[in-house]
Each structure stands twice: as C-alpha cells, then as structure tokens.
Ligand binder design. Structure first.
Ligand code: AMP
Ligand code: MG
Length: 352
C-alpha cells in the first residue's frame, strides 16, 4: 500500500519567501507595497521595495499578477484549456498555432534538452502525470506503467516550427510539461514589467524562484537565503546566502515536492532514462545568474545531469554561479559561486 505524503507547495513557497534576508525594519517595510497570491501552482509574492507607491504601486501589482495568470493560461500542463494542454491533446495529429511566448519557452527547453543529451526533457509530461508528485494524485506507479510512459518521451519528436509558428508532438500520447522552466520565464517577465513601470528595487518570489531587482534599499547587495535541502528542516533554516544585485536565485531540490511510499521517498525530478526520480547523489542544485528562465531550466538540467557532468556544462556557460549539495552534506561551488555564496549551516561542509 502506498501512502502519499505531500508537502504543500504553498508552504514551501512561504518558507522560500521567509528565507529572504531583506534587512528592513518595520517602519521601512511599511513604505513597501507587497502582494501574495496563488498562481502557477505555487505561492507568488511581489514586493515593490523602491519605486512607485500607493495606488500606482497597487496598479503595477495588478498588472504583475494579471501577467502571471496569462502565462499560466498559456504554459500550464496541469490546467484544462491552456495553450499547452491543447497542444498535448493534439499529440500525434495536427500541428497547432503556438504563441510567441510558448514558442520562446519551449525553444529554450529544447535547447537545454540538447545540451543535456536529453536528461532535461520538456516532453517528460507522461511521466510527470503518471507519478503525480506534488498533486493529490501522487502514487508509486507499476513498473509496466512507467515503461509505457517512458517510451513516449522524446524531445526530438517535438516539432517546433518557427516559420509556421506551430508546435506538433509527433506521437499520440506525448505530452509537454514546462514546469521546470515556466516560473523562471515568468520571473523575467515580471522583472521587465516592474522596471518598465519605474520600479527601482523589488523582490519577485514565485514559489522560491526569486528575482531580486535593483539593489537593496540604501544601495546594498541583496542577501538571499538558500533553503537547507532537507524535507525535515525547520522553517528559516538556511544552507547559506547568495549576495548580489539584480540577480535571480533558483533551486531544484529533492525536498520541494515528494511522495513517500513503501518506506522510500520519491522526489519530483524524473530521469527520462529510467522513468524514476533522478538518483545521482545530489539533493539540491542552486543557480544564481541574471536570467531567471536560464536559471530555472539550468537548476533542473544540472540536477538531472549529476555533479560532474553538470559542473562541466556550467563551466561552459557564462555568468553562472552554481551551488550543488550531495546526500552526504557536501557543498560544491562553481568558481563564480565561491564569490557570491556563503555557507552558513553548520550541518554542511564545503568540498575542497
Ligand atoms: P524544478 O522544480 O524547476 O526543478 O522543476 C521540476 C518540474 O519539472 C517537475 O515538477 C516536472 O514538472 C518537471 N520535470 C521533472 N523532471 C524533468 C526532466 N527530467 N526534464 C524536464 N522537466 C522535468
Ligand atoms: Mg527548474
């Protein structure tokens, strides 16, 4: 018998939100305008720290959350009637017209599929749906079901036609899932929207996918807490802190969404080669960089590739800071990360 235990995405997001070290006193904080709502399957918070105030700031937040909902209407695989859901329904049949937005995000996802040799794969949908990790339908599937779903996964059979502006999935039953990249894209979009609206400093936190816009009040670095990669860790426990200006910090970890069945824990990042959750000794991968769509895609991509292959790929990409943690509590930093990341948890040690 399986007993799915699901950690609420909202709670995880709240922890991530609480993990921001903003260093504001309450009187200063009152000059901020902030809003939290459930969108894109998670708790999203936007805080305008410096820029328009009062009604103007509220209007900007209206626009920001409307934008998030519009992105969800296009890119969600879990909601009925979205643009992505329609493409999934037409798998094996017609090419469907696809918006610029969907083609951009899917194009990026396919780029990371190629870079990772298919360890990252946006056509992972049949497996994500079968396991249902993070949803009420989470369960340990039978091996035969996993095999059947696995056979449908093939990023090379995703036909993205930029000239015709269409997408087609070559085989019936194929299913796209952009859950590893959509929040990063959304964070970039909100950053652009806020900056265009005159915001000088803000925090966009989409379920732990954070973008810190501008500089902290007074001009200092943002200090963003990285959560301890342990489902048992209490609220406000940090692995360490990333410092910087105008940056995004995104983590993929085994602690975020998981299922417990038969005394074993199954997390939500799946290996297209086995059909089971990735098991390579890593428990979390954090990326700090300028572009959130890349950080989101890469945190998942490097996680699926494992420490050595993942770090080797990261070394070829400019402007990345990568923090990897393994199950033994060792923390591995890319050369860039050693400049911006400080380990604060005594339970973990830096690898040489
Ligand atoms: P993240 O939390 O950004 O690492 O993304 C994890 C989500 O991406 C999962 O909940 C799935 O929706 C999806 N996913 C799981 N495994 C993969 C994979 N190997 N490649 C691409 N997307 C994946
Ligand atoms: Mg991701």
């Amino acid at each position: 018998m399986t007993t799915p235990t699901r950690r609420g995405a909202a709670f995880g997001a709240l922890l991530a939100f609480l993990s921001l070290f903003l260093g504001c006193s309450s009187s200063r904080a009152s000059a901020e305008t902030s809003r939290t709502d459930f969108v894109l399957g998670t708790l999203c918070t936007v805080r305008i720290v410096e820029g328009p105030k009062g009604a103007k700031a509220e209007k900007l937040l209206d626009g920001a959350f409307a934008r998030l909902r519009a992105i969800e209407e296009r890119l969600s695989a879990n909601k009925e009637g979205t643009e992505l859901a329609r493409i999934n329904e037409a798998a094996g049949r017609a090419a469907l017209p696809a918006s610029d937005e969907l083609r951009l995000v899917l194009g990026k996802a396919l780029e990371y599929a190629r870079l990772s040799g298919g360890a990252f794969d946006p056509s992972i949908g049949p497996l994500v749906k079968l396991w249902g990790i993070g949803s009420d339908a989470a369960r340990l599937p039978a091996r035969s079901e996993i095999e059947a779903a696995r056979r449908l996964i093939d990023w090379r059979a995703v036909e993205l036609d930029e000239a015709a502006k269409t997408v087609r999935l070559a085989r019936p039953g194929m299913r796209l899932d952009l859950g590893a990249i959509a929040k990063g894209y959304a964070a970039d979009e909100l950053k652009r929207l806020l900056a265009a609206g005159g915001v000088k400093a803000a925090i966009v936190d989409l379920g732990g996918n954070v973008y810190a816009l501008g500089a902290k009040r007074g001009g200092g670095n943002w200090r963003i807490g990285v959560q301890v990669p342990d489902p048992q860790a209490g609220r406000g426990e940090y692995l360490g802190i990333v410092e910087g200006l105008d940056m995004t910090v995104v983590t993929s970890g085994v602690y975020e969404r998981f299922l417990e069945a038969g005394g074993k824990r199954y997390h939500h990042i799946l290996d297209p080669a086995t059909g089971y959750p990735v098991e390579n000794g890593l428990v979390s991968v954090t990326i700090a960089t300028g572009s959130s769509i890349d950080a989101d895609a890469l945190s998942t991509t490097l996680f699926t590739m494992g420490r050595e292959r993942g770090m080797a790929l990261a070394a070829k990409l400019p402007g990345l800071s990568v923090v990897m943690v393994d199950a033994a509590g060792k923390v591995y930093l890319s050369p860039g990360a050693s400049k911006v990341f400080t380990l604060t948890s005594a339970a973990y040690t830096l690898a040489d």
